[in-house]
Design a protein around this ligand. Sequence first.
Ligand code: BDR
Ligand code: CA
Length: 314
Amino acid sequence: MTRLIIDTDPGVDDAIAIAIAALHPGTDLLAVTTVFGNVGLEKTTRNALRILELCGRSDVPVAAGAAMPLVHPQARRDSSAHGDDGLSGHADVLPPTSREPVAGGAVALMASLLEQADEPVTIAPIGPLTNIAALLAAYPHLKPKIERLVIMGGALEGGNVSARAEFNVWSDPEAARRVLVADDVPSVLVPMDLTYRCAVDTEWMERLAASGRVGEALCALTPEYVRHYTGALGWPGMVVHDAVAIVEAITPGTLVTESLPLDVECSFGPSRGAVIADRRRQAQIDDTVPLDVRGRVNVAVDTDIDRLRALLLH
Ligand code: BDR
Ligand code: CA
């Protein structure tokens, strides 16, 4: 049984990711914590509550976290892929809820769940890393209680929000640097290079819609999101970035990883928010200039894509 906390900014692909974990029999979803990102915090929190309601999981506590990046609040920007309400204008497809987020906030909830846990907990951050950076800074003694972080973020080759940066890392590079570079919690980074390759096609969408009430509602969120990828971007299907990371979190080993030294660009140049991964051979690194980082991060570089798409529909 995987004990899991999802830290998220729903988001259409976040919605699919949360539903996968909420309905997975081998997963004990301890909490969903929210962060600004695709849209502002109030909307991401409301969306998280409604997605859990859809899944019949109003037992899962939701807590709101950071509304702004750690160091540079002015740099915040909504994603262009998820519409004004974060769910492509279809938030009302989800059942309303009178449930409120728990008092105390995301970091306090994560800390108390870790504190109480008698077995390590997996945390899956699928939005900007602000809450996770704050958690690790405020409660360093709880790091051993974290089994691993399975993070959707970063791009090894080109970005989506800028030429070099992926949205989640770009949204708070200082937080991402703190989590990926300065901290020593075991992590799997699931970059967009891989999530793009796992795009799902129309047949997959039809199977999701036919899977029942939840699948049908999730599908109803997606027409504009699908068009975002298949239209001007010319992608062959819908990219469900966060769901790929969640499948790895609940089915460890689904993704093939490579252990790489990496850093995050935090300057205000054109590469702000870029993940710099050193894929040179060790001999070449030894001979030249290494990245000045403490450790390595397991970066997801490959998977059996058909199996992954089937797991997304479990
Ligand atoms: C990431 O950014 C968001 O728009 C998605 O939800 C995903 O977490 C992809 O770059
Ligand atoms: Ca997200």
